[in-house]
Design a protein around this ligand. Structure first.
Ligand code: ADP
Length: 360
């Protein structure tokens, strides 16, 4: 097992810098997910940890040893990729045994490890099969088996579930998490899928344009996003936003939107965030925190309704932005209907519009 430290890691391709000084300490046994939109540098960062990409600057420590110039095979890591690249002419057993055989280990030494890995990954009944006789999920498990028998101190996963269908993705998510709970190894997992990040990580690192936007436990990030980027990236449907200026009126503080409408901002929410009259603020509220009200509230005309079975998404516009409200009520909501939204103070997120930063 190994702790991993990244100190001021950056990456340049020619004149273009794509990773800008990443500092990240990963504890021994921790499951860390790097998440961010396509092109934000997460694969590059992971490939630098793996030794597949040269590090342009900074220090990489694996298990207390500086690893910048170690060859990939000296780093004691296993990597699982999106494409599982199994040898089509080799059985499941031989695919998993490929690494140990290359390293000239004796069969008596690796056979028990392969059998244990196969058992753990529910592949015991398939060891004689060829990859073409397996389902996508089983093939991905063989790829994991190959990684597991190396008994690495560090596992790297690069979008390992992207090629699987939605149902299998959910199942494999749980399996990888269970595998980690059993092996208690250190994992760095790259994905662009925020649901994977939320459900699997001990700690999420949200990246954007080669920088870390925020890191922390999944629910910490979900409940207290540090800025507008993280607020809009985590959560599906996404957080709703309204931009405006704080005004101090007869009814108390409110956010005056561009179209002239106002959303009351309770004094305690404004005070704790130091949002004063005149401040340009973006208000954020998650769809599931909005209640639909009989009484006073923020009016919204429903444009579209989307029943998902467990809940219904209602879409409309507030201050020119599309908002979504999630409701578990089975009451009939129709397009064209006007509803009153209750935005609870405890679930209002206030951000400085110019910098995007959360107001404390
Ligand atoms: P992600 O994994 O988050 O989708 P990548 O790490 O693959 O992002 O890429 C980060 C940035 O680096 C992108 O802008 C990409 O175009 C750039 N990049 C990746 N590889 C190279 C390369 N070999 N030469 C130049 N630019 C590259």
């Amino acid at each position: 097992m190994a702790a991993v430290q990244l100190n001021g890691i950056f990456k340049r391709y020619g004149d273009t810098q794509v990773v800008h000084g990443i500092d990240l300490n990963i504890d021994d046994g921790e499951f860390v997910v790097l998440v961010g939109p396509s092109g934000c540098g997460k694969s590059t960062l992971m490939r630098m940890v793996a030794g597949l990409e040269e590090i342009s600057g900074g220090d990489l420590m694996i298990g207390g040893t500086r690893a910048n110039s170690l060859a990939p095979q000296q780093r004691n890591i296993s990597m699982v990729f999106q494409s599982y690249a199994l040898y089509p002419h080799l059985s499941v057993y031989e695919n998993i045994a490929f690494g140990p055989r290359i390293r000239k280990e004796s069969a008596s030494s690796f056979k028990p490890r392969i059998e244990a890995a196969a058992k753990m990954l529910n592949l015991s009944g398939y060891l004689d099969r060829l990859p073409r006789a397996l389902s996508g999920g089983q093939r991905q498990r063989v790829a994991m088996g190959r990684a597991v028998v190396r008994e690495p101190s560090l596992f790297l996963f690069d979008e390992p579930l992207s090629n699987l269908d939605a149902k299998l993705r959910v199942q494999m998510r749980t399996e990888i998490k269970a595998l980690h709970q059993r092996l208690k190894n250190t994992v760095i997992y790259v994905t662009h899928d925020q649901i994977e990040a939320m459900t699997m990580a001990d700690r999420i690192v949200v990246m954007n344009a080669g920088r870390i936007e925020q890191m922390g436990r999944p629910l910490e990030l979900y409940d207290r996003p540090a800025n507008l980027f993280v607020a809009s990236f985590l959560g599906s449907p996404s957080m709703n936003f309204a931009e405006g200026v704080i005004v101090d009126g007869a009814q108390g503080l409110a956010l005056k939107l561009e179209d002239g409408s106002e959303i009351a901002v309770p004094r305690d929410a404004a005070q704790s965030s130091m949002a004063k009259a005149g401040a340009k603020i973006t208000l954020g509220v998650r769809p599931e925190h909005i209640a639909i009200f009989g009484g006073e509230g923020v009016p919204m005309e429903i444009d579209v309704t989307e029943p998902t079975g467990a809940e219904t998404h209602l879409y409309g516009k507030i201050g020119g932005n599309v908002w979504c409200v999630t409701t578990r009520q089975r009451a009939q909501f129709e397009p064209g209907q006007r509803v009153m939204l209750d935005l609870p103070a405890a679930h209002m997120h206030l951000f400085d519009t110019a910098s995007g930063r959360r107001l404390a």
